[in-house]
Ligand binder design. Structure first.
Ligand SMILES: COc1ccc(C(=O)NC2CCC2)cc1-c1cc(C(C)=O)n2cccnc12
Length: 121
């Protein structure tokens, strides 16, 4: 596992933060903004083994826990999967998770990433 230089890490974190901002814009009700707790979602912590939310992802970016885009995308997919496990198909949460997944697929697509990298260089 090659360690990247400080400037490479800085550039990569800029990309991660840019992607996170795009994702958060797709969550206007902010249901993915903070960790879900057992008060608003009874039994959540006993059902969901690997919780994930945007604030945790932001913390992982600033503490250099992501080494590549796939690792960040995996956390978005985990967050969506958790939401579709805990919430029934006919809930707004389930539907919001599906919409976020569709947006994330576009946001992480090759051509979107290429155009973002061009604009950052
Ligand atoms: C950080 O989590 C939340 C924060 C705020 C809200 C909330 O304001 N919900 C109102 C906006 C639509 C109803 C919901 C949630 C929420 C997320 C979730 C998820 C992500 O499963 N959830 C599940 C059951 C009940 N509430 C929630």
């Amino acid at each position: 596992k090659t360690t990247m230089s400080a400037s490479q890490r800085k550039a990569l974190n800029l990309v991660f933060m840019n992607l996170l901002r795009q994702l958060e814009r797709k969550d206007p009700h902010e249901i993915f903004k903070f960790p879900v707790n057992d008060i608003i979602a009874p039994g959540y912590s006993s059902v969901i083994k690997y919780p994930m939310d945007f604030s945790t992802m932001k913390n992982k970016i600033v503490t250099n826990r992501y080494d590549n885009l796939d690792e960040m995308k995996a956390d978005v997919e985990q967050m969506v999967e958790n939401c579709c496990i805990y919430n029934k198909e006919d809930t707004i949460y389930y539907q919001m998770a599906k919409k976020l997944l569709a947006s994330a697929t576009k946001i992480f697509s090759k051509d979107r990433l290429a155009s973002m990298l061009r604009s950052l260089s």
